[in-house]
Ligand binder design. Structure first.
Ligand code: ACO
Length: 325
């Protein structure tokens, strides 16, 4: 379905990030589980990951990223009228991470809620916030992706535990982008028939044991390559654009081979792709805002650049977003 623009899009005015202090390299993991730096690096591109301490909860990390984004945009918490948090690892079932961040920021105005779409969560949250803003229900929304996947991992399962890391990223979306600027297009998809290739085996109320992440890596890889190629094509063609128009690909950071596959399809140079998977591993809903924040703050992404974001995750869920910065 087309979402061609009739109302003013949201523009992105702030970026921020937080990574846990503790870094664990592949070599350190290999002292505890039967794996090696060589195996992990050649199949995924991952060299290390940040892992949260007890104190580094989802709320703690989301608040840090939110404060950094507010600082970048030179805004105060009272300027914000909505918080949407994409996460699969809230600290509690409720209150949501969003309303706890709202309280931590001293906000009494506006609304907050969490959104669950696994690794695609940030794309789904961006799209939701954009539509709230276009519908004039909010002027400024903090969109946060935060995960402490380390608490969901089965640390005895070497096929999954080496792939993930913890962290948070935040952006601020504001009303009234000029024509041709801001979030030009977002595309969302899901297909629940493939829920069993990447899932967490429990939730509050249906399991006595701690819920753990399970994955059929090969199947996830297969779906990622086809769906992501289609999702980026869909976002570009709606705007009459091609890969040649893109300045930056800011992909979900699951695996270097998946990232390279999408970049090849778009005929992008390696230096047009923002990569953090080597240092952050897969931080699920946090990976895109973490990468975006890094590339904006180090000056790679400049005003007016066209940015393509894409993600696929458990559900299956997948989508893309096209942003003129
Ligand atoms: N260290 C050493 N050996 C390992 C490890 C490990 N950490 N994990 C698995 N192996 C072994 C397996 O046991 C197997 O051994 P065997 O041949 O003796 O049975 C061998 O390595 C090959 O295993 P495969 O699972 O076939 O490895 P594959 O080449 O498919 O790579 C991987 C696995 C990296 C997970 C790949 O399938 C992949 O990248 N899939 C995408 C999944 C993904 O990125 N998920 C993230 C979440 S979803 C998302 O964000 C998109």
């Amino acid at each position: 379905m087309s979402n061609s623009v009739t109302l003013a899009n949201a523009k992105l005015t702030g970026v921020g990030a937080y990574l846990p202090q503790k870094i664990v390299t592949n070599d350190e993991l290999a002292t505890r589980i039967d794996t090696s730096d060589e195996w992990i690096r050649t199949r995924t591109g991952i060299r290390q990951r940040h892992l949260a301490s007890e104190e580094e909860t989802s709320v703690f990390m989301a608040k840090k990223a939110a404060l950094a984004a507010l600082d970048y945009a030179q805004l105060k918490p009272e300027d914000i009228d909505g918080i949407i948090v994409a996460t699969s690892t809230p600290d509690q079932v409720f209150p949501s991470v969003a309303v706890r961040v709202q309280a931590e920021l001293g906000m009494t105005q506006g609304f907050g809620f969490d959104l669950s779409a696994a690794c695609s969560g940030f794309i789904f949250a961006l799209s939701t916030a954009n539509n709230f803003i276009k519908a004039r229900q909010a002027e400024r929304i903090l969109v946060i992706g935060v995960e402490v996947f380390s608490r969901l991992l089965d640390w005895s399962d070497r096929t999954t535990c080496v792939l993930f890391g913890d962290g948070a990223g935040a952006v601020i979306l504001e009303a009234n982008a000029k024509k041709g600027e801001g979030l030009l297009s977002t595309k969302l998809h899901s297909d629940g028939r493939y829920g069993d290739i990447l899932y967490v085996d429990g939730a509050a109320g249906n399991s006595d044991s701690k819920a753990k992440l399970k994955m059929n890596g090969r199947e996830v890889f297969r779906h990622a390559v086809t769906h992501l190629a289609d999702a980026v094509e869909e976002a570009l063609s709606e705007q009459g654009l091609t890969g040649a128009d893109i300045h930056w690909l800011v992909p979900h950071q699951a695996n270097q081979r998946i990232i390279d596959g999408v970049a090849r399809k778009l005929q992008l140079d390696a230096n047009q792709v923002v990569v953090t998977v080597d240092r952050h591993a897969n931080t699920s809903a946090a990976s895109i805002p973490l990468a975006l924040s890094e590339a904006v703050k180090d000056g790679r992404i400049k005003k007016g650049d066209l940015i393509l974001m894409e993600a696929l995750g458990g559900g299956l869920t997948w989508g893309s977003a096209l942003l003129r910065f």
